[in-house]
Design a protein around this ligand. Structure first.
Ligand SMILES: Nc1ncnc2c1ncn2[C@@H]1O[C@H](COP(=O)(O)OP(=O)(O)OP(=O)(O)O)[C@@H](O)[C@H]1O
Ligand SMILES: [Mg+2]
Length: 234
């Protein structure tokens, strides 16, 4: 068995491969729970060097291998929206950018907003699609965004319209990282499970956004794929 183990800042993901894949996701501090079976461990993510492994690989490599496994199309860029940072891989220019300055444009920002409305992050998408219009939000800095949220509530916008506006601001923030002429992008990472974010991306950028079936396990699968492609037979 080959175990792709992606221990990120927020969540630990495992892809178990023998002749098919099985996945598990736990909180990062419980990564030990994921290696309760024998196998060759290929690690990636923030903690890749801290966890047991036969081989460790960067998330740039695993994102590329993982996206190729799940998507038939060649994308111009891959955006991994994780808990703590957002990474952009420009596939045409072999360029890489990372946003980790503050929570702006990362999963933590949307968690902050969800928390403000006493919602779970997984519920944000339902509110997004119920909105009749989008409230104008400019900031994706948690503190400034919260004061904008309060202002929009005072102006009479609904929770749905504000959450929709938050997703649009979030997409615009991440768009700053993208190469200008990108036509098709892949979104991965746990935050890409939010279909409201995907919708805002498509509307704001006019690009085609592809999301693998479970975007959160792409790097774990990519770690397995990298091993299969490079190590197993040579
Ligand atoms: N169903 C969901 N809907 C929306 N967001 C989600 C959902 N499930 C998880 N998330 C968000 O995904 C993020 C975690 O994603 P992921 O596991 O890709 O991060 P990570 O790899 O630990 O972080 P990083 O790559 O920054 O180190 C969290 O911010 C979490 O709120
Ligand atoms: Mg990650």
């Amino acid at each position: 068995m080959i175990i792709g183990l992606d221990v990120g800042s927020r969540a630990a993901k495992a892809a178990y491969y023998t002749d098919s894949y099985e996945y598990r996701i736990v909180s990062s501090h419980s990564w030990q729970d994921l290696i309760d079976r024998d196998g060759i461990i290929v690690s990636t993510g923030y903690f890749r060097k801290k966890v047991p492994h036969e081989l460790n690989v960067t998330e740039i490599t695993t994102a590329i291998y993982g996206v190729r496994h799940f998507l038939k199309e060649d994308v111009d860029a891959i955006v991994d929206i994780g808990g703590q940072d957002t990474k952009m891989i420009d596939m045409r220019r072999n360029d890489f950018r990372m946003n980790d300055k503050c929570s702006s444009g990362t999963g933590t920002f949307l968690e902050y907003i969800a928390n403000y409305f006493a919602l779970d992050v997984s519920e944000l998408q339902n509110f997004h699609f119920r909105a009749k219009t989008s409230a104008k939000i400019n900031s994706t800095c948690s503190v400034f965004a919260q004061s904008e949220v309060v202002s929009r509530l005072v102006e009479g916008y609904s929770k749905e319209e504000i959450i929709n506006g938050i997703h649009h601001a979030f997409a615009r923030r991440i768009a700053q990282m993208l190469p200008g002429n990108a036509r098709m992008i892949a979104l991965i990472g746990g935050t890409a499970k939010n279909k409201g974010v995907v919708d805002a991306f498509e509307k704001e950028l006019g690009v085609k956004v592809l999301v693998p079936p479970d975007p959160q396990v792409v790097n774990a699968v990519g770690a397995v794929k990298y091993y299969l492609a490079t190590e197993r037979d040579g």
